[in-house]
Write a protein that binds this ligand. Structure first.
Ligand code: NAD
Length: 256
C-alpha cells in the first residue's frame, strides 16, 4: 500500500510525468536555483514568512553600510552565514542535481545561493552568481582566504596587512562577478530545458537567467511550492512542491 503522505495527487503525478519526460529528452539541461532549494536543509530564505528579513536588518548586507560599519555588520553576518549556515547539509534536491551531473544529464547549474550546498552534494560545474560565504576577501590587498572559524573569533576579521575581510559574496549595491555573469548567460542561451528551483524571480540581475533561457527557446520547468514571478510569465510547467519532494518524485519517475 502506498503512503498517502508521499503519493502525489493525480494532477501532480501528471506534472511529474511531464517534467521527467522533458528532462529525459533534454539535449542540454541546465538548472537555476535560489534560496528555496536550501530551505529543507534548514536555511531560511530572506523574503516571506519565516524569512531572515523578519529577524535581521537587511542593511547589514548593503555594501555602503558594511563599509561604513563593519564592526556592527560583522556580528550579524557571522550569526547568519557562519554559525547558522555552517551546520546545514545538502538535501535530496541538491543530491539529485549532483547525480544528474555525474550521469552527464545536467550540464550546468547556476545558483543564486551562497551556502555551497551544491558543492557539498558533489556538483562541480556550478556558477555561483552571487559568490559564496566560505571565502573571505581582504578589502585592502584583495587576498582571498577560507572563512576559518578561528578568523571569526575577533570581529571584524582582519588580514595580515591590517585590512578588513568581507565575505566573498555579492552585497546589495555590488556588481555580479563578470565571469559568473558570462558563464550564466552562456548556459542559459545554450540550454533546451532549464529547471528553475526555489526562486522568487524578484532579485535582479539573477532573475534574468531564466528569461535568457526562455528567450532562446528553452522549456522552463519551475519547482516551487508557491507561485513566483516566473510561474505565469515564463514557466512551461510548474511543479508546486517543495524541492526535496519534487526531485524525489521526478527521479523515481525517471527510473520507471
Ligand atoms: P529567492 O528569490 O531566492 O526565493 C525564495 C523562494 O523559495 C520563494 O519563491 C519560495 O516560495 C521558495 N521556497 C520556499 N521553500 C521552498 C522549498 N522547500 N522548495 C522550493 N522552493 C521553496 O529569495 P530570497 O530568499 O529573498 O533570496 C534572495 C537572494 O539572497 C538569493 O538570490 C541568494 O543570493 C541570497 N540567499 C541565499 C541563501 C542561501 O545561500 N541558501 C539564503 C537566503 C538568501
Amino acid at each position: 500500500m502506498q503512503d498517502p503522505a508521499t503519493t502525489p495527487s493525480d494532477d501532480v503525478a501528471s506534472i511529474i510525468r511531464k517534467a521527467a519526460g522533458l528532462i529525459r529528452q533534454a539535449r542540454y539541461l541546465t538548472a537555476f536555483t535560489g534560496a528555496g532549494i536550501s530551505v529543507e536543509s534548514g536555511i531560511p530564505p530572506f523574503r516571506g514568512e519565516g524569512g531572515l528579513w523578519s529577524r535581521y536588518d537587511p542593511r547589514m548586507l548593503e555594501l555602503d553600510y558594511f563599509l561604513a560599519h563593519p564592526d556592527r555588520a560583522w556580528p550579524v553576518l557571522r550569526e547568519i552565514f557562519y554559525d547558522h549556515f555552517g551546520a546545514a547539509r545538502p538535501n535530496k534536491a541538491h543530491q539529485v542535481l549532483a547525480a544528474w551531473e555525474a550521469a552527464g544529464l545536467l550540464k550546468v547549474l547556476v545558483t543564486q545561493n551562497i551556502d555551497r550546498l551544491h558543492h557539498d552534494a558533489g556538483s562541480r560545474n556550478v556558477v555561483e552568481f552571487h559568490g559564496n560565504s566560505r571565502r573571505l576577501l581582504c578589502l585592502s590587498c584583495a587576498r582571498s582566504v577560507d572563512a576559518d572559524p578561528s578568523l571569526l573569533q575577533s570581529l571584524p576579521p582582519r588580514c595580515g596587512c591590517g585590512g578588513i575581510y568581507k565575505p566573498d559574496f555579492v552585497f546589495f549595491g555590488e556588481g555580479i562577478p563578470a565571469s559568473a555573469h558570462a558563464r550564466a548567460q552562456e548556459a542559459a542561451r545554450r540550454c533546451d530545458v532549464m529547471l528553475v528551483v526555489g526562486s522568487t524571480g524578484e532579485v535582479y540581475p539573477a532573475a534574468l537567467v531564466p528569461r535568457w533561457a526562455s528567450e532562446a527557446g528553452a522549456a522552463i520547468i519551475e519547482v516551487n511550492p508557491e507561485a513566483s514571478e516566473f510561474t505565469h510569465a515564463l514557466a512551461d510547467l510548474h511543479v508546486p512542491l517543495k524541492a526535496g519532494e519534487a526531485f524525489a518524485l521526478i527521479e523515481k519517475e525517471m527510473h520507471t
